[in-house]
Design a protein around this ligand. Structure first.
Ligand code: 6PG
Length: 245
């Protein structure tokens, strides 16, 4: 592990399996600590493919036995505007990977309703966040994020209005190439979290990870650069192929 000049922590693992194990343990540690200190653990899951091996481990006996799922609340950092049973749905991936196998109360699964009209889904999700955090600051115990090759994170894409959104917690976005509509939390919500953890793997992310850690570009060019929790930890968990230092 090493810290760079902005007190970010970067932990590098030899392969994706080791990365998944470390990420699952990190999840368990933060969950146990939050439940002990405040009686619940509120976490926003990342989408994409990188977290899937970690999610599968969360349903494995070694890890799931360490978590009091009755006290966990699952949210998402973003969602594609598709039905929950669509293969492109981030909820669908998490459901199949571990949620379907854990004893979590249905009311603790705060799915973004990708099947609804996007603007309605975004408003509903923002209200659900505010209700959950009871009008205080929307401070997740953990937000998991991925990194796109173009520097996006969640569904905050380069040059999009979402980058500069500092009033709303949740906005509608669209993928610049596929035009697929998305619902995403904003940097306002991300930077209020107690812990933000990027999971990054693969040679294709190396150059972008290097640019993010250098911090030399603007969040408008590389939205992941805009992630710096005001009063929280920022941790990068990556495999060796993505490591850039
Ligand atoms: C999504 C994610 C997105 C993802 C990155 C990395 O909905 O796709 O929120 O931000 O984390 O694009 O995706 P991979 O893990 O598939 O590389």
């Amino acid at each position: 592990m090493h810290r760079d000049m902005t007190n970010r922590k970067v932990r590098v693992f030899p392969d994706r399996a080791a990365l998944a194990r470390a990420a699952a343990m990190h999840f368990v540690e933060l969950a146990r600590s939050a439940i002990e200190l405040q009686g619940r653990f509120s976490v926003a899951l990342s989408g994409g493919t990188t977290p899937e091996p970690m999610y599968r481990l969360l349903a494995a006996p070694k890890f799931t036995s360490q978590i009091d799922w009755q006290r966990v609340h699952l949210f998402w950092s973003d969602e594609r505007c598709v039905p929950p049973d669509d293969p492109a749905s981030n909820y669908n991936m998490a459901w199949n990977s571990f949620i379907s196998q854990i004893p979590i109360p249905k009311g603790h699964i705060h799915r973004i309703r990708g099947e609804e009209v996007p603007a309605v889904a975004a408003e509903r999700y923002e209200q659900e966040l505010k209700d959950h955090f009871k009008g205080g600051s929307t401070r997740f115990d953990l937000i998991l994020l991925g990194l796109g090759e173009d520097g996006h994170t969640a569904s905050i894409f380069p040059g999009s209005v979402a980058v500069a959104e500092y009033k709303r917690l949740v906005v509608v976005a669209h993928h610049p190439r596929t035009r697929q509509q998305r619902i995403t939390i904003t940097l306002l919500a991300i930077n209020a979290a107690a812990n933000v953890t990027f999971l990054v793997a693969g040679e294709s992310k190396r150059e972008m990870m290097k640019q993010v850690l250098s911090g030399l570009k603007s969040p408008d060019e590389i939205p992941a650069i805009g992630v710096h929790p005001r009063d929280g930890t920022l941790l990068w968990l990556c495999d060796q192929t993505a490591e850039s230092t």
